[in-house]
Design a protein around this ligand. Structure first.
Ligand SMILES: Cc1ncc(COP(=O)(O)O)c(C=O)c1O
Length: 386
């Protein structure tokens, strides 16, 4: 079992931070990498043409290792999930009579691109709502999703865990069903990759898109995407010099190239060799590979289990373990709770969580201890008392 890693971060001791799903705190090593990257531009004479390639190559390799992708050229550096999704929707041809399946209240960057594509093509957007009941909610929501996929479904775009309430979606079952009907499976891994094991070879999604600043411990403004062979001959949303073959030969850039670099590299954002953000995210993903997402998930489960059992006994709703993230979950409050009072109380005690829809969203990581959860439970109990 991993031990608490708080000393690797600079979170103030007074803060009970249960909000990695909002943004992770900064690893000291990542901060250092960023400062070194910033300082490098003091003397550009020391920045060589190779430097435009070496660290981004290492970053793709580190992420490929994290998701068990055999070929790092399938990984592209992107600035945001919306950008990664734009590359996906740019390369899909939908038609009236076809449909795209999403889970309800998905993160907007994995909703708006589909909404627009459906609007432009006349395809239907099927947004699958959770059941009204809290009994077997996660299981029933998954069943509804599978039932909503039919022979006219061209795409299922979803996440391993729902960003707002932590519901776990059964990607293996969704992959089986999408294969049956010849539909694509597009995954927004932002709230899962890094915090739990994710094996590309197991789920074989057509694309996996992740923001970097949450469970990947990276800075804001850089993320990573995996594009399968399906996208090999596609068109990127923009045309950048470095994404073409021979781009390492700066003297020859005046001779335009019609061919893209291999795999998914055509989909990378312009100026992706960002000398500050790339070394930061690289250091972060290396740390994750070292800690191992399986161990991180086990740690999160371990530090939350007792507190969640206590909350359930006191009338709060928590999804069954099998249908929620160990690192991210929603806490449903008893009927009649004054949520504004809860928010104010927790804030006064410097307990940071998020409020998404009807849930208190709690998200933990390796810098948390069991005491953080105990403190949250104690103060929440006080806050809900009439
Ligand atoms: C599931 C999910 N996807 C994506 C994002 C961020 O999207 P973008 O990188 O487009 O800003 C978030 C941020 O909260 C998220 O929770």
């Amino acid at each position: 079992m991993l031990r608490c890693k708080r000393n690797k971060f600079t979170l103030p001791p007074s803060v009970t931070y249960l909000n990695c799903a909002y943004m992770s705190p900064l690893l000291k090593a990542v901060e250092k990498a960023g400062i070194n990257g910033l300082r490098a531009k003091r003397n550009p004479a020391l920045i060589s043409p190779e430097d435009f390639f070496t660290e981004s190559d290492s970053l793709r390799e580190a992420f490929a290792r994290l998701i068990h992708a055999p070929d790092p050229h399938r990984v592209a550096i992107i600035p945001s999930v919306s950008y990664g999704m734009a590359n996906v929707t740019r390369n899909l041809r939908l038609a009236r009579g076809e449909n795209v399946v999403l889970a309800a209240r998905q993160f907007p960057s994995n909703y708006y691109p589909w909404q627009r594509l459906c609007h432009e093509t006349g395809a239907a957007l099927r947004v699958v709502a959770p059941p009204e009941t809290f009994v077997n909610r996660g299981r029933q929501w998954n069943e509804r999703l599978l039932e909503s996929i039919d022979a006219s479904t061209r795409v299922v775009a979803i996440a391993p865990v729902h960003w707002a309430d932590g519901t776990r979606f059964d990607l293996a079952a969704l992959r089986r069903r999408t294969h049956e009907v010849n539909a694509l499976l597009i995954i927004d891994g932002t709230q899962a990759v890094g915090a739990m094991p994710f094996d590309i070879m197991h789920f074989r999604p057509d694309a996996l898109i992740c923001a970097g600043y949450k469970w990947l411990f990276g800075p804001y403004g850089i993320g990573l995407a995996y594009y399968s062979e399906y996208f090999d001959n596609g068109l990127p949303v923009e045309e950048n010099w470095i994404n073409r073959v021979e781009s390492h030969s700066f003297a020859n850039l005046v001779n335009y190239q019609s061919e893209y670099r291999p795999g998914a590299l055509r989909y990378e954002v312009g100026e992706h060799s960002n000398f500050i953000l790339v070394p930061m995210l690289l250091r972060a993903v290396q740390q994750l590979n070292n800690w191992n997402p399986e161990q991180i998930e086990a740690y999160c489960r371990h530090i939350t289990q007792n507190s969640l059992n206590a909350l359930k006994q006191q009338g709060f709703w928590i999804e069954d373990d099998a249908w929620r993230g160990a690192h991210l979950f929603g806490v449903g409050v008893p009927p009649g709770t004054d949520m504004e009072k809860v928010k104010a109380h927790l804030l006064r005690h410097k307990i940071y969580v998020s409020y998404r829809g009807d849930f208190i969203r709690v998200s933990v990581n390796v810098y948390n201890r069991e005491q953080d959860m105990t403190r949250f439970v104690r103060e929440l109990q006080k806050a809900v008392k009439p």
